[in-house]
Design a binder for this molecule. Structure first.
Ligand SMILES: *Cc1c(COP(=O)(O)O)cnc(C)c1O
Ligand SMILES: [Zn+2]
Length: 413
């Protein structure tokens, strides 16, 4: 069963019935991104705290009745139910008492994007598509290729020139046709759009496909459930296109509407200083303008956000905030998160931690607030940048005298 009530255009607010098969609003074209609305009254009859207590499926599919597709595919990767760590050491370092980190890098292809790609592939199969396609800075692509392989679909992926090697290699391993475009993400997106229209492939491009946010929201559903339905005061998310933060909001919104939780956390959207269209628009109270994509955090290096309305709505409706962090702060956060808690995030993931720290420093987040930072992807995907954050290893010949000598000089015993 799916409790979808209707699709609503995020631009002109036109409604489309629950059996509508298009991805965007025909009146508004590509910018007419649809939001999926549910019949919460009907959903309430199924989705209760008791329902979850009795559910032994510890994956994102335990939330199927809150999603827009009817059926779980037969073969899926084990996406979701990633750990939510209480990070006391990091919290005390930063001066807050209740800090948690959700490690999304532990998903099958090592990022939160697995949640959206699993839904995309499930939907593609449900409507009889055989090839799925997208353009991506990396994680949407590798997750799509992984889920496609697992579900028996072909995949075609467009990546920008600067996508890190690990992510591009993942694609090859998962059997995707990889088109590495000479240019940035904007260029890759534009070519993929034309090719998808030309070949009629299933479109997993972020934002355009309304079902993806419904997959991404499962991260928020999980956070709430892992905290025994006591949602935090803040949830910190790094933002590129804006689909992730929109999904996080949607998940918390659903639970609130169902009466399972009593509030929606304030959302802190974090961008990199070298690519901060949302932050600039927010600070200057102006429209979102195209910007350069100048940051080591490739997964959030998005100069034209594709989901501006849903992302802004998430921050406004949750009484949240936007913040930007420097690449230096991101590198520092990679190191701190790793050193204090054993969590290794890629730059875009550590950006959220860096933003959390900055918000605490500025007094936006107070010491008594409960905060969840979402670490969106694994650091193993981009070791070149992580290397800049950590000390070089001690290199020496295998000789104990030498070792003792070197360690004494470094004051280690
Ligand atoms: C995609 C991604 C983000 C941001 O998600 P958007 O939907 O583009 O805002 C953040 N971190 C990682 C690791 C990602 O892959
Ligand atoms: Zn519209």
């Amino acid at each position: 069963v799916s409790f979808v009530k209707q699709f609503v255009c995020t631009v002109c607010k036109t409604n489309y019935p629950s059996n509508y098969t298009g991805f965007t609003c025909p009146k508004c074209g590509e910018k007419g991104i649809l939001d999926i609305e549910y019949d919460y009254r009907a959903m309430k009859s199924v989705v209760t705290k008791q329902y979850f207590k009795a559910n032994s499926d510890y994956s994102m599919w335990r939330y199927l009745p809150l999603m827009s597709i009817d059926k779980r595919p037969e073969t899926t990767l084990a996406v979701g139910w990633t750990p939510l760590y209480e990070t006391k050491r990091l919290g005390s370092l930063w001066g807050i008492s209740r800090l948690y980190v959700k490690d999304e890098g532990l998903n099958p292809t090592a990022s939160l994007k697995d949640r959206a790609s699993a839904v995309a592939c499930a939907h593609a199969k449900a409507i009889g598509a055989t090839t799925v396609a997208c353009s991506s800075t990396g994680n949407a692509a590798s997750s799509l290729a992984g889920s496609a392989a697992r579900m028996g679909l072909a995949s075609v992926i467009f990546v920008p020139k600067r996508a890190p090697a690990a992510k591009v290699t993942q694609l090859g391993v998962f059997g995707a046709k990889v088109i590495q475009v000479e240019g940035d993400y904007k260029a890759a997106f534009s070519l993929s759009k034309q090719a998808i229209a030309h070949y009629g492939w299933y479109n997993r491009n972020a934002a355009i496909n309304p079902h993806l946010v419904e997959g991404k929201k499962t991260v928020a559903l999980e956070i709430a459930e892992q905290l025994d339905w006591n949602v935090p005061d803040w949830c910190v998310v790094s933002v590129g296109d804006g689909c992730t933060i929109a999904g996080v909001y949607k998940g918390f919104y659903d639970l609130f509407e169902l009466g399972i939780t009593t509030k929606i956390p304030r959302l802190l959207g974090v961008q990199a200083e070298g690519c901060q269209p949302f932050v600039t628009a927010w600070d200057n109270n102006e429209a979102i303008l195209e910007t350069d994509e100048n940051t080591i955090a490739d997964s959030i290096a998005v100069g034209i956000p594709r989901n501006p309305n849903k992302a802004m709505k998430a921050v406004v409706q949750s009484n949240g905030e936007w913040i930007a962090v420097s690449d230096e702060a991101i590198l520092a956060a990679i190191k701190t998160l790793g050193n204090t808690e054993g969590i290794f995030g890629e730059p875009a993931a550590a950006a959220a931690a860096a933003g959390c720290y900055e918000a605490i420093r500025r007094g936006v987040i107070s010491p008594n607030d409960a905060v969840v930072v979402i670490s969106t992807g694994s650091g193993l995907k981009d070791i070149d940048h992580a290397k800049q954050a950590v000390e070089e290893p001690i290199r020496l010949f295998p000789n104990l005298e030498l070792l003792i000598d070197v360690l004494r000089k470094k004051d280690i015993q």
